[in-house]
Design a protein around this ligand. Sequence first.
Ligand SMILES: [Zn+2]
Length: 470
Amino acid sequence: MPVIILVADGVRADTLRATLDSGALPAMARLLEDGALHEITSVFPSVTGPAYTPFLLGKHPGSVGMPGLRWYDRSRRDCSGPGHSRSYVGIDMRLVDQDLDPAAKTMFELVPNSLAAMSVVTRGLHPSRFFTRGPVFAARTAWTHFRGDVEGWLDIDRDVARRLAAKMRELRPDFVFAAFTGVDKVSHARRHDSTDVVAALRIVDDAIAEMRRDLEAAGSWEATHMWVVSDHGHTPIEAHEDLAGVLELLGHRPIAHPWILRRDPRTAVMVSGNAMAHLYVDLETRSRRWWPSLAAEWSGLVGSLLARDSTDLVLLPFSESRCEIRSRTAGAAMLEWSGDSYTYRPATGDPLGIGEHVGVSGDESHALTLGGEYPDALVQIARIAAAPRAGDIILSATREWDLRAGFEPIPHISSHGALHRDHMLVPLLASRPLPFPPLRTVDLMPIALDALSIPHPPGLEGRTGAARGP
Ligand SMILES: [Zn+2]
């Protein structure tokens, strides 16, 4: 059964539902007649790029070496250039495939007859089977990006839709992954409740109508799974915290994009989304140190950050199976995990607002956090804290704040990246009922592989009825 995944990048679950209800998306409404609309959780950081790894590698981004849109390489082995860091905004995007864990198989490596558009991950695809990175297309997206041209992004979505439909007629692919970035770009510049978000969704809707017509004409629609999904939500921003500037004022000599070259930096500030950040301290040490060995020197910095309105949660990884969670307003707790067992113990407070839980499974922890401010936080925090390339101090911003003051070509009056529900919950519109309803975007790859009758590679972190990940 062919599987088509269409990412309406940045659309919130409630926004998609309301737009469907308004009648503005007739092709999606037709999908819903025979299918289902789910609300599932994305990944932390809830940001494009990292949040595509669940769809294409069946794993959380930190687990495959992409802990954020920007990260610092302590080892200085993987990022050997000046600054020893990555920012996938811009030219480093070409390095995504090589940064990802080579042991984790991509959908494109597992499904030879695949096709992709605007995918950050392309490993395993023949160049004739994706359009994102050809020199002409890359130059066009770069020009659109640096001009901050929202209308230009919508034109790119229309172009993607047209080329995608033509390629699908030509190749009859078994697996398609296509991202439409219009909703995200419009939301950043004009807010997520802008009517232009509906215009961006209508481009996706028109693309669905055309693909469906073609597949019906070819007699293959009945066998096709088509999923419309997102990778993160959006919330309005009232204030920007210049996090790198804060560290500078505190005397910690940070590097942060775009200024990653300086003599004797002491810290690295790597923001994603822009509502989360990895902070790296003690940059001379090439291997990862855990918080207990850093606390003596860096507790003051954490205290200073927790005194700022922009900080919601601070995550302090203690080991590969333990992480302290501190909140600006609700005290601290400890999270421990082992396999599929999670234990959350409030200490000086209850930052996640869920009370004590001992030895709950990933599924149980999803259920008990879903209605609160931090859906799926136990699993999400465990995965990012254990990620080898994660920061020593991980920040999730307060609602209405983000963590970067400038340098964005498109104005950022709306943001994402954080652990809170309006960034983490995403819609999944499926054209037919799924045999095992997913909880998370990371569950979609095993479900796709089942539909394609392809065995699961080892190490998937998603789960289906047939096989459960950790
Ligand atoms: Zn965005």
